[in-house]
Design a protein around this ligand. Structure first.
Ligand SMILES: CC(=O)SCCNC(=O)CCNC(=O)[C@H](O)C(C)(C)COP(=O)(O)OP(=O)(O)OC[C@H]1O[C@@H](n2cnc3c(N)ncnc32)[C@H](O)[C@@H]1OP(=O)(O)O
Length: 524
């Protein structure tokens, strides 16, 4: 080999070695001590999380060598990888774009160039039409960068909003998520939290103490339990990082790549014509006896698998995904076991949001109805149940995906409409023989309609009982509504699965156009 060629080879080897050296320094993040601290806190590092989340060997990293601009307070500060690892990979073979904040580098704090890395993958995901997944573990805005850090958040929030409904956006909270940092996850479709090691709040315990004198721990203020049970900010909680990342993989299987596609079909051995005979043991005609709506859902859907969303918040309504004949459906169901399944403010918010999520991502909606009405009470009225309940009406009417409603038992009053009656846009309404459709329950109705007769009677209690029976015989059944075409068919309970699969198949090519508008104005 000529000398000059040998020299070139040496030079090339040196360049490659220098690149590798730079890369391995970046890959080491904040160094072994900080990584150990992270593990001691029961958390994985940013790169370990990506390894667990993505299919093995699928990660393609971008922005590896990005650095902060070193001005003002950042002079001389080392931030390998700029505190975030970004790129693309696959989950169950489907492409996703992902960022993973590295708490070992300046607490994963967000500066301008850090945000630039995140923005790059968000823009690519939107152009290609793929989900964006954020693994959040950050101390918030990078204090040293001042307004540049705030601008970085702004760039991300802006994209969270404009890509909303275009590609699915999923957030896992795996560590601190404080101050402005909470609003990027809050603008995404789903938030998953790791119990005991993650928290979200606008102002932390110290600030709260100084302003309101309240003393509260990080966990009690904004831990996973708080946000999945009280505030409704988060959708799901899991034990630790690994389970949370597994949760993201599981959730993604119910979502399409983007708003132009449908979720993937999941082949099943569960026969479409399987009879639901066990339901005859679950549901009784006694309108006052609660039953497990979960069992109804699990009996009907493929392989009994119901992926519930927000299972611990507003438990009077159930929302979640399942498959019917291999196709993903979103299910909204009253839960007669909690608050008699009445609709309140939180239930309305939960259901409306879920309905809109299904509609964005071409997921047909099945609504199971057993509801006596909206929850009565001064507190609910004063807190704006009208405004919140209206969201459900709006969301159902707005949704253009196939919509089937099945009335299992009671369907009364305004809640009959809020649970997607035919007039509110349901494509097909079914009822079980146990169903009862009326303006209100028989007792209340008899007391109002026959008040004078009852008051004027020699035997008021007997008259009241007679009137209640009379009202029941007239309205406590599905046939008055069916005779007017409000119910398309009254079906045998055990044939529910077969009917639903056949009806969703019938609706598969549904197209619905709406009048021109810039966007609707949902009550908020
Ligand atoms: C718009 C907004 O986002 S406003 C919110 C701004 N952010 C905040 O107010 C949070 C400030 N940070 C904190 O309160 C704490 O760091 C917590 C609670 C998040 C985490 O606490 P700990 O787990 O004890 O971590 P610790 O405080 O040691 O921080 C880890 C490292 O990140 C650094 N760091 C923490 N927060 C920031 C920040 N916002 N900007 C820059 N660096 C930060 C720390 O200096 C520390 O650096 P080091 O490893 O070189 O020592």
């Amino acid at each position: 080999m000529p000398d000059h060629q040998a020299n070139l080879n040496v030079e090339l080897q040196e360049l490659i070695a220098a690149m590798e050296q730079r890369r391995s320094k970046i890959e080491a993040g904040g160094g072994p001590a900080r990584q150990q601290k992270q593990r001691d806190a029961g958390r994985l590092t940013a790169r370990e999380r990506l390894e667990r989340l993505l299919d093995p060997g699928s990660f393609l990293e971008f922005g590896t060598f990005v650095e902060h601009d070193g001005t003002r307070l950042m002079t001389g500060v080392e931030a390998p990888g700029e505190g975030v690892v970004t790129g693309s990979g696959t989950i169950h073979g489907r492409q996703v774009y992902v960022f993973s904040q590295d708490f070992t580098v300046l607490g994963g704090s967000l500066g301008k160039r850090n945000a630039q890395k995140v923005v790059k993958i968000m823009d690519l995901a939107a152009k290609v039409g793929c989900p964006i997944i954020g693994l959040n573990d950050s101390a918030g805005a990078r204090i040293q960068e001042g307004v540049d850090a705030l601008s970085g958040y702004g760039e991300i929030f802006y994209r969270n909003a404009i890509y909303s409904g275009s590609v699915p956006q999923l957030s896992a909270i795996l560590g601190p998520c404080a101050g402005g940092a909470v609003y990027s996850p809050a603008l995404t479709d789903f938030i998953l939290m790791s119990r005991g090691s993650s928290y979200m709040f606008i102002t932390g315990p110290e600030v709260i103490k100084s302003v309101t004198r309240e003393e509260v721990s990080f966990d009690a203020l904004g831990g996973a339990d708080v946000h999945t049970r009280k505030s409704g900010v988060a959708h799901l909680e899991f034990e630790g990082d690994e389970a949370t990342l597994e949760g993201l993989r599981a959730l993604l299987a119910y979502l399409p790549q983007n708003a132009r596609e449908r979720p993937p079909v999941r082949p099943t051995q569960d026969p479409p014509g399987r009879q639901n005979t066990e339901l005859l043991e679950v549901v009784t005609p006694d309108q006052r006896r609660p039953y497990a709506m979960h069992r109804v859902i699990e009996s009907v859907v493929d392989d009994g698998v119901f992926f519930e969303i927000q299972p611990d918040w507003a438990r009077n309504i159930l929302c979640g995904f399942a498959h019917l004949g291999g196709q993903v459906v979103g299910i909204v169901a009253n839960n007669p076991r909690v608050m008699a399944g009445t609709l309140n403010i939180d239930a309305s918010d939960k259901a409306a949001r879920f309905i809109r999520t299904c509609d964005c991502y071409n997921i047909p909606i099945l609504t199971l109805v057993d509801v006596t009405g909206f929850l009565p009470g001064v507190a609910q009225e004063h807190a704006g149940i009208i405004r919140h309940g209206a969201k459900m009406l709006y969301a159902y009417a707005e949704a253009t995906v196939p919509k089937i409603t099945l009335i299992t038992r009671k369907s009364y009053g305004g809640a009959y409409l809020a649970m997607n009656s035919q007039d509110m846009g349901a494509d097909v309404v079914y009822a079980w023989p146990t169903a009862a459709v009326a303006v209100m329950g028989a007792e209340g109705a008899a007391n109002i309609v026959y008040r004078r007769e009852i008051a004027g009677s020699d035997q008021p209690e007997q008259t009241r009982a007679e009137k209640i029976r009379e009202y029941r015989e007239t309205f406590d059944n599905p046939y008055v509504a069916a005779s007017k075409g409000y119910i398309d068919d009254v079906i045998p309970i055990e044939e529910t699965r077969a009917r639903l699969i056949a009806t969703f198949a019938m609706l598969e090519r549904k197209q619905e156009q709406r009048p021109y508008k810039k966007h609707g104005n949902i009550p908020l």
